[in-house]
Write a protein that binds this ligand. Sequence first.
Ligand SMILES: *[C@@H]1O[C@H](CO)[C@@H](O)[C@H](O)[C@H]1NC(C)=O
Ligand SMILES: *[C@@H]1O[C@H](CO)[C@@H](O)[C@H](O)[C@H]1NC(C)=O
Ligand SMILES: *[C@@H]1O[C@H](CO)[C@@H](O)[C@H](O)[C@H]1NC(C)=O
Length: 326
Amino acid sequence: MSALNLYWPFHKAFKRPMGFIHQWMILSAFLGVIFPHQSNSQSPNASATDARSLDALLQDYAYRGLVHPRTGVPYDGVAPSNLTGIKIAALRLKSGSLYKRGVEGYKEFRLPPGVFVQPYVERLVLVYQNLGNWSSFYYPLPGYTYLTPVLGLLAYDAANLSATNLPELDLVAAQLPVSVGFSHVNPVPSGSIAKCVWFDLEGSADFRVMETRNNCLTFRQGHFSIVVNSSEVSSSPDHPIHAGSKSSKSKIWRVVGWIVEGVVVFVILAVIVALMRRHKKNQKLAQMEQFADAQVSLQRIRVGNAQLPVASEMRTQPVLENDLVP
Ligand SMILES: *[C@@H]1O[C@H](CO)[C@@H](O)[C@H](O)[C@H]1NC(C)=O
Ligand SMILES: *[C@@H]1O[C@H](CO)[C@@H](O)[C@H](O)[C@H]1NC(C)=O
Ligand SMILES: *[C@@H]1O[C@H](CO)[C@@H](O)[C@H](O)[C@H]1NC(C)=O
């Protein structure tokens, strides 16, 4: 956006004999158009969609670890190199076996009998995610501090192990809940209460009371962690999971935002100064005209009906000067 573009509506306004108020109204309307746009560009709110595209990416990479897989055996995958710190795995199962027997241990998850997926597929893959130090980047939770990495468990159709962009199946624990036993939980600050948090696939967070010190229960798939209110952990602000959640990229964008804002404010100030000068000039002109009109009417009153150009003679009063001489 250039200064010229900003200036142009006013350029037009200047050409017309417009009152200051009228010009000010146009300027205000223009500011209203600029500033909401500004604030939007400064707070990108795309983390829910970012998390969804991460799910799709990790499904692809987890499936790559399934080369001639044996049913019921978890295979660790390798996350893309730009996401170092994230751990993934894939476990292929028969739907019937999952429902009848459950899965005793799949990383931190334990699935009891009675778990099924909708729509029905013969074989499914359970993709496991451990987001590590990327947890608060993909699942920002203002006001809370993570005590564990965010873990994900998502179900997909196993019919085609080369498929990408697969939709998740709906996973339901019909009898007993799935248990998430976090292997390492940061110490809970004294006096505060840790809570389980569950993010559904739309990214909305749901808080639950914890079962035991490191255990959360769920009847659905999604992403899971343990949190405490951030205000209760003010003594340790440099929590490893919370630190560095905002990249240098967002810093650059913030600086660019400041610069753009600075330019816009400068241009607007320049326009306001120009408008005020213009207004003053117009006011002066109007005053001079008024003054001239007053003079003319004054002359008319004094001269009466005679239309004579005798103004200059009337203005000087030589009689007064003579009176002052003793
Ligand atoms: C990481 O790389 C993959 C391709 O390997 C790309 O699709 C993805 O957007 C990248 N993610 C980030 C956060 O840069
Ligand atoms: C997580 O740690 C890895 C190195 O172990 C680093 O490359 C990556 O940038 C970190 N991610 C975040 C979000 O800080
Ligand atoms: C499996 O998915 C891949 C990638 O989408 C596709 O190219 C391939 O044709 C699919 N195979 C079958 C048997 O559907």
